[in-house]
Design a protein around this ligand. Structure first.
Ligand SMILES: Nc1nc2c(ncn2[C@@H]2O[C@H](COP(=O)(O)O)[C@@H](O)[C@H]2O)c(=O)[nH]1
Ligand SMILES: [Mg+2]
Length: 225
């Protein structure tokens, strides 16, 4: 992969990246026919998440408390892995930061199409973010509409400071220009699944980040279920 650190803020996967052939890695049998290629193998995700954890700990090092807010469902795997790495770092530094966790559910996609309607389905009462440092943990920013809507929604709870980390940011023509504070990978405009990213609730149980093929889209289309 010809990955670069353009803009110095993340790993950039170029538009002409063909991905890895499926038979070079382990893929669950039930998904073998439904994927085009592997865009980011799970080992590379793990290494990048470790570095994001370090950057976040450095920036929040002197905070008195941090609320890590997981955007469900797609963000759960990134959230769990990131928190594990932050906890490891927290055990070994002078100024450790107490962390509490919260969850919020946001829904904007059917099949591989975004809708203008972004639904925010609260899971917990968010009153406990008032006056706190908040880290929002998201799987992917595409147009940026979901995150802008969520940030607006959180304003009413008057948090002290809000930062956003997204494992992926897609290069898309429809972007609002929104860019998270900590980004894992900037990717081409293709619909990806795996590492908890779904297509109509399928593929969350796939470890690598892969590109779904036409057969997979048809098989798991909303109207086919
Ligand atoms: N499984 C995938 N989900 C995706 C992908 N691109 C976007 N999304 C979902 O949409 C929101 C963000 O969309 P936005 O346009 O409002 O920024 C994100 O949280 C995902 O749930 C994708 O390639 N695969
Ligand atoms: Mg998401």
């Amino acid at each position: 992969m010809k990955a670069s650190m353009a803009g110095n803020d993340c790993v950039v996967i170029p538009d002409d990246w063909q991905g890895y052939k499926l038979d070079l890695f382990c893929i669950p049998k039930h998904y073998e026919d439904d994927l085009e290629d592997i865009m980011i193998p799970s080992g590379l995700i793990d290494d990048r998440v470790e570095r994001l954890a370090r950057n976040i700990c450095q920036d929040f090092g002197h905070a008195d408390h941090l609320v890590a807010l997981c955007v469900l469902k797609g963000g759960y795997k990134f959230f769990a892995d990131l928190l594990d790495k932050i906890k490891q770092l927290n055990r070994n530094i002078e100024h450790s930061v107490p962390i509490s966790i919260d969850f919020i559910r946001v829904k904007s996609y059917v099949d591989d199409q975004t809708s203008d309607e972004v639904q925010i389905l609260g899971v917990d009462n968010l009153d406990n973010i008032t006056g706190k440092n908040v880290l929002i943990v998201e799987d992917i920013v595409d147009t940026g509409k979901t995150m802008e809507r969520l940030l607006k929604h959180l304003e009413q709870y008057k948090p002290k400071r809000v930062r956003v980390t997204s494992l992926l940011v897609k290069r898309t023509k429809g972007s609002t220009g929104y860019r998270p504070d900590y980004i894992g990978f900037e990717i081409p405009c293709r619909f990806v699944v795996g590492y908890a990213l779904d297509y109509n609730e399928h593929f969350r149980d796939l470890g690598h980040i892969c590109v779904i093929n036409e057969k997979g889209k048809k098989k798991y289309a909303a109207e086919a279920m």
